[in-house]
Design a protein. Structure first.
Length: 579
């Protein structure tokens, strides 16, 4: 009898856990279930969730043998240039009941789409390692076409506007973490608000939304060119969960200077490694349960630090390389881990971009650091390497959601992310870089354009993440910024020992100073950026312009667990800020 009662209690507890898990637990739903106070403090209730590390302890992934599978190399989707497909593109709101609501596309005239992409967001079965389970993930899939890789890549060009049809074919009755309501953000494209993928502009299964990407220079200034972007789901309260489930893709932009052709005869072309030698490395950090299924801690409000490292969708793969120069485009998708990357043999390389934007000149490095959502292009020369095996190693210790400890590990102790297997020497027509190779000049900073200075403080209040002391409210405009002006923003981390990667949508900025110390020439942060690694108790001053479009945009922490628990603010770009 006693045993029967215990089993009944266990079954009720199991069903209760599943009910909570299937609820997906946004910040608002956690308040509804009494798991989060109105002030934002987490109420730890032991037994309520198998995802609650605070109640049930940490989870350790099953053992996986590293470097037994080849890295999946992303191949670009070409899209459609058929006139019938282009004729369907429209700036105005269509009368198709399946199209999600949106405003009319801005700056359509002169930027009519020349290429169309159709992508479905849908589940698929995928095994990230032979020792892990085949499991359900969500991906952006080429419409009516299956691909081996779980990741999608687009190659786009300036002067060739595109239209993306994003179809939501996720299951409406989905169980588990993640939300089938979606909105796609092209991070950090210079796009109009209606095509930004704003977290509040989500749409449901069975519908689609059109995104107009004009692929235009901000303000018409070619010095504002973007190079390496990525797109991901950005559904309010669920970004971390949906990205963790797999809704990630890459978007490479080329122009006359960065043409994607190392044999380009144009005198302006910088001729970086191209084709199969231009390789995105999409780095994810996850943890898997005892069954080998990706595990998301719904109760973790601090930041999820996994014990498995994936590159282009697979856990610790190997990559066979020729002995020549490569352009590696590093992307940290998070959700919460920061990195410092080195090569196991200590070799130096050239950093040529920051947040995917070309630097004025290459910078020789032996390591690079990345917060969540940052991108970085590096040029690595394998031609003189005598070893047959080299590893990309993370040497930054990071134990929990607070942020890195600051301890730098040796390459022998750090996490080996990717194994390079070196082959034969081959012809290399890419440019030999030096410290004086001009890449892309920075736009001027004209302080006379500045019309306002603002302060943004990222903090923790009663256990919740806040900006300027407030939880995010989609209906509150925290700043109105006048189009065709510039502003100075002081961004402060007042949350004690925490680190935050702060990202603003739409416009890039230049960092003026950290804690009052100006950024000098030759510093990798002497660049155009969209993410700031905000260290504990630090204030960063930035210069930012607002051009071309109007509408709503967010500013948020890109430790996406923090973002989903309200560390976000809204700013609107308006024609007249005085109204």
């Amino acid at each position: 009898m006693v045993r029967h009662d215990i089993e009944s209690q266990r079954e009720r507890a199991r069903l209760n856990r599943m009910e909570i898990i299937d609820a997906k637990l946004s910040r608002r739903e956690m308040m509804k279930y009494g798991l989060l106070t109105a002030g934002g403090a987490l109420v730890a209730k032991s037994g309520l969730s198998i995802r609650a590390a605070s109640a049930g302890g940490a989870v350790t992934s099953p053992a996986t043998t590293p470097f037994i599978e080849p890295m999946r190399v992303l191949t670009p989707h070409s899209g459609s240039r058929l006139q019938d497909d282009l004729d369907h593109c429209t700036a105005t709101v269509s009368d198709d009941p399946k199209e999600a609501a949106r405003a009319a596309h801005q700056l359509w005239k002169g930027n009519e789409p020349q290429v169309v992409y159709n992508f479905t967001q849908k589940p698929r079965l995928y095994r990230p390692h032979p020792k892990l389970a085949e499991q359900n993930i969500w991906t952006f899939r080429d419409f009516n076409k299956d691909t081996e890789s779980p990741l999608t890549m687009i190659h786009a060009r300036y002067g060739e506007p595109s239209m993306v049809y994003s179809h939501n074919e996720l299951p409406a009755n989905h169980k588990g973490y993640g939300n089938p309501m979606v909105t796609t953000h092209l991070h950090n494209a210079h796009n109009a608000s209606e095509s930004d993928g704003n977290p509040t502009d989500y749409f449901g299964p069975g519908s689609y939304k059109t995104f107009h990407y004009p692929n235009m220079y901000a303000g018409g200034d070619e010095r504002e060119a973007l190079g390496f972007l990525w797109f991901h789901d950005h559904c309010m309260d669920y970004t971390s969960q949906n990205v963790y489930r797999g809704l990630v893709g890459t978007y490479l932009l080329f122009d006359r200077y960065d043409s994607g052709n190392e044999e380009d005869t144009d005198s302006k072309a910088i001729r970086l490694p191209s084709g199969k030698y231009d390789v995105p490395l999409v780095i994810e950090n996850k943890v898997y349960d005892k069954n080998g299924v990706a595990y998301f801690d719904l109760f973790n409000l601090d930041g999820i630090i996994g014990d498995k490292f994936l590159v282009n969708g697979n856990v610790q793969p190997y990559f066979e390389v020729d002995r020549r120069r490569y352009r590696f485009r590093l992307l940290n998708t998070g959700p919460s881990r920061f990195y410092q990357f080195k090569f196991s043999n200590g070799m130096k390389f050239w950093q040529v971009s920051n947040d995917g934007n070309l630097l004025p000149f290459p910078i020789e490095r032996d390591s690079v650091s990345m917060s969540v959502a940052e991108r970085m292009d590096i040029v690595v020369d394998f031609s003189g390497v005598t070893d047959n095996i080299v590893y990309l190693v993370n040497v930054l210790e990071h134990k929990d959601g607070t942020g890195p400890t600051g301890k730098i590990l040796s390459t022998g102790v750090g996490d080996k992310i990717l194994q390079f297997r070196l082959g034969a020497k081959v012809t290399d027509n890419s440019r030999v870089l030096t410290k004086t190779t001009e890449l892309r000049r920075l736009p001027d900073i004209n302080m006379s354009e500045v019309k306002k200075e603002r302060n943004w403080t990222f903090n923790r209040r009663n256990g919740a993440w806040v900006v300027n002391g407030e939880l995010f409210n989609r209906n509150v405009v925290n700043a109105r910024c006048q189009k065709n002006t510039a502003e100075i923003w002081n961004i402060t981390n007042a949350s004690g020992g925490w680190s935050h990667p702060i990202h603003m949508h739409y416009e890039e900025f230049q960092i003026l100073s950290r804690n009052g110390v100006p950024i000098k020439d030759g510093d990798p942060e002497k660049s155009r950026k969209d993410v700031i690694w905000l260290h504990p108790n630090e204030t960063v001053k930035i210069f930012v312009r607002f051009r071309d479009f109007t509408g709503k945009y967010p500013l948020h922490c890109h430790n996406v667990v923090h973002e989903d628990h309200a560390m976000m603010a809204r700013y609107d770009v308006v024609d007249d800020a005085s109204s």
